[in-house]
Design a protein around this ligand. Structure first.
Ligand SMILES: Cc1ncc(COP(=O)(O)O)c(C=O)c1O
Length: 413
């Protein structure tokens, strides 16, 4: 299929203030959830038009912003939110921080499945709350995760839990939670008076055939009155720089608390390009998203094949959603070594940067996370570096600093 959106094109992002690409010459970052692709043509046009107005004053979301979200949820996910449920904010993580402040007290416990998005831990600790981890069960024979319901109920019932943070789908495991699972979580939350914050920032990027994302708010109303849904264009369209996200909250009282909290924390002012970018994403970028998902799934498939044939010691967890491959490296780790040691070795030996799973907690210290949202040639470069690094690691060689120079010639950056 012709690649009309140029996902194969390598774009040099060094020296562009990119967090991901703030690396040394010759290093290859396959780290934070940021894609190395141009965003959709509709967003690029909308931003160019906005910049050309030459006046960048204060803005406020209007009907066309809310309409675009309703359209997207309805057309992509077959679920229609009411416009009045939607509350604008400047990001999912800032929203979680405010929700933690408003809906829990200092010293409270906040429940989450682990491994999970590392930013959650910072938000909770920075706000003086405790984390109660509910480690997902892991079956190494199929490399799959599942919920341990007894542990969840223990965490809910311990008396000091007020909130649960749930990534649906989950970063880093790539799991889409099923309707029956979400239903059980919300039922339990009702029983123990827990508010469930459902972070659905990855909901648009379900890649595996036969899998689907279930928006928490598509469940019956008598369950969703304890839930807050958060969403954004940030992951799907690679637009974290728009600083635009939405909380979708059917329950009026919860919505009031969150709206007031967002206003007090001053996370309700759109940036110059926030509104136009979001509207262009949700109104006029369907083809681009379809092509993106296709390309990403091709990359995942390609990486899986390469791992199976060339680095069979690494077992990828079957990815349902996200573009973050979660690689079980247990077979490589002995003598007290963990994923952080392996990641450090790979960096020194080959210049390949992957995230060690330690920071996602749960059983993460045996895993590496690899971001495959990049042109195929960049992915091939990363896989070749991984193969070399793993082979050197297994031979017990000291990491070959000099190899970084060789590696830098393989990448087109
Ligand atoms: C589950 C999850 N939530 C939130 C974020 C970041 O959200 P934002 O940039 O809107 O604060 C990420 C980033 O990777 C994520 O994986």
């Amino acid at each position: 299929m012709p690649n009309q959106f140029e996902f194969d094109t390598v774009i040099n992002r060094m020296n562009t203030n990119s967090v991901k690409w703030d690396v040394q010459e010759g290093q290859l970052p396959m780290t934070i959830a940021d894609m190395d692709f141009k965003t959709s043509p509709a967003i690029i046009d909308a931003l160019a038009k906005k910049i050309s107005t030459r006046i960048y004053g204060y803005e406020v979301p209007k009907d066309n912003y809310y309409d675009s979200i309703v359209r997207w949820c309805t057309s992509q996910h077959n679920w229609e939110p009411a416009k009045e449920w939607i509350v604008y904010c400047n990001g999912v993580i800032p929203a979680i921080s405010v929700i933690v402040q408003r809906l829990s007290n200092i010293g409270d416990n906040i429940v989450m499945f682990t491994p999970v998005c590392n930013a959650y831990f910072n938000v909770i600790f920075d706000n003086g709350r405790h984390v109660i981890e509910v480690p997902l069960d892991y079956d190494p024979s199929v490399n799959e995760y599942s919920i341990n319901w007894d542990l969840l109920e223990n965490a809910f019932s311990n008396g000091h839990a007020s909130l649960m943070l749930l990534a649906n789908p989950c970063n880093p495991t790539g799991t889409c939670w099923k309707q029956s699972e979400l239903t059980t979580i919300l039922r339990m939350a009702h029983t123990y008076h827990i508010t469930v914050v459902c972070d659905e920032i990855w909901g648009d990027l379900v890649l595996a055939p036969g899998q689907s994302y279930v928006p928490v708010m598509s469940l019956p109303k008598d369950l969703t009155d304890v839930a807050i849904m958060l969403t954004s264009t940030s992951k799907t369209f690679n637009t974290p720089g728009l600083h635009s996200a939405s909380a979708i909250i059917p329950d009026r009282a919860l919505r009031e608390i969150c709206s007031r909290g967002f206003a007090i924390a001053d996370i309700i002012s759109p940036g110059t390009t926030s509104l136009q970018g979001t509207i262009a994403a949700y109104q006029s970028s369907d083809d681009w998203v379809a092509a993106l998902k296709n390309y990403l799934w091709g990359n995942v498939d390609h990486a899986k094949e390469f791992l199976a044939s060339s680095i069979p010691e690494i077992k990828p967890v079957p990815l349902q959603a996200t573009y973050l491959m979660w690689l079980d490296c247990s077979a490589l780790l002995s003598n007290g070594k963990d994923a952080a040691d392996l990641a450090e070795y790979l960096e020194k030996d080959t210049g390949l940067l992957l995230l060690p799973g330690n920071r996602f907690r749960g059983n993460g210290k045996k895993f590496l996370r690899m971001n495959v949202a990049c042109p195929r040639s960049e992915l091939d470069d990363g896989l070749a570096r991984l193969q070399k690094g793993v082979s050197d690691f297994q031979s017990g060689l000291a990491p070959a600093q000099s190899q970084q120079e060789d590696a830098s010639q393989q990448t087109s950056k």
